[in-house]
Design a protein around this ligand. Structure first.
Ligand SMILES: O=C[C@H](O)COP(=O)(O)O
Length: 253
């Protein structure tokens, strides 16, 4: 079954609002048609209002890099799904390994954030992936299966089909080490099998699974040629307009 590719740049803690605005102005009219590829930029919260306005009427979609699972309340420093929906943000990255490792994100909070996102018309991009220790210890299947199963807990099938899963082996993030396309596809296929077991094959075949970890214009082609890789979540190589456009263009083929 063919699934529409989704390429998402994840800027992490980079770019001032002015720099973010200039980037979006440079790419927004050059991304592929949304019937062919979904082109997404995940930006820091401060830039989102401006970027949603900048991208309006174009085929570029704007994502947040995180969200809280409550709608409002005493959660100093957090941003709620109500606030993101109000701005017109369309996607949200949930459970990135940097948030799991440095900001106490757990499988339980990931699941709550998935539910909160759907309640506010945000498409969740759910990140999963193993550490180098877990891979070398032969535990990647158990780790990834557990992360996927907990992320989808209580999510009905009609919502599950809209979830984007990003497989990011932690050892390949920002290190210049890319999983080989076969290694990446093996895990993405395993993720699809896990979703099949949770729901059914028809549901799993609609879920888009991205690979992330040192993706760049030079290697995206062979990654996207794999059977179960439907896109990429890209950090470093999404920071320059030319590089981001090369990535979304590669997904057109
Ligand atoms: O969210 C993106 C990933 O963490 C990958 O980052 P990277 O492309 O800089 O390795």
């Amino acid at each position: 079954m063919s699934r529409k590719p989704i390429i998402a740049g994840n800027w992490k803690m980079n770019k001032t609002v002015k720099e973010a605005h200039e980037f979006v102005e440079a790419v927004k009219d050059k991304v592929p048609a949304p019937e062919i590829v979904d082109s997404v930029i995940a930006a820091p919260f401060l830039a989102l209002d401006r970027l949603v306005a900048d991208a309006k009427g174009s085929d570029l979609k704007i994502a947040a890099e995180n969200v809280h699972f409550e709608n409002s309340g005493a959660y100093t420093g957090e941003v709620s799904p109500v606030m993101l929906e109000d701005l017109g943000v369309q996607y949200v990255v949930i459970g990135h390994s940097e948030r799991r490792a440095m900001f106490a994100e757990t499988d339980e909070t990931v699941n709550k954030k998935v539910h909160a996102s759907f309640a506010h018309h945000l498409v969740p991009i759910v990140c999963v992936g193993e550490t180098l220790d877990e891979r070398e210890g032969g535990r990647w299947q158990a780790v990834v299966k557990n992360q996927v199963t907990k992320a989808f807990a209580g999510v009905p099938a009609d919502q599950a089909t809209a979830v984007v899963v990003a497989y990011e082996p932690i050892w390949a993030i920002g290190t210049g080490k890319t999983a080989s396309s076969e290694q990446a596809n093996e895990v993405c296929h395993f993720i699809r099998e896990t979703i099949t077991a949770l729901y059914d094959l028809a549901t799993a075949e609609q879920v888009r699974i991205q690979y992330g970890g040192s993706v760049k214009p030079a290697n995206i082609g062979e990654l996207l040629a794999q059977s179960d890789i439907d896109g990429a979540l890209v950090g470093g190589a999404s920071l320059q307009p030319e590089s981001f456009l090369a990535l979304v263009d590669a997904a057109k083929d």
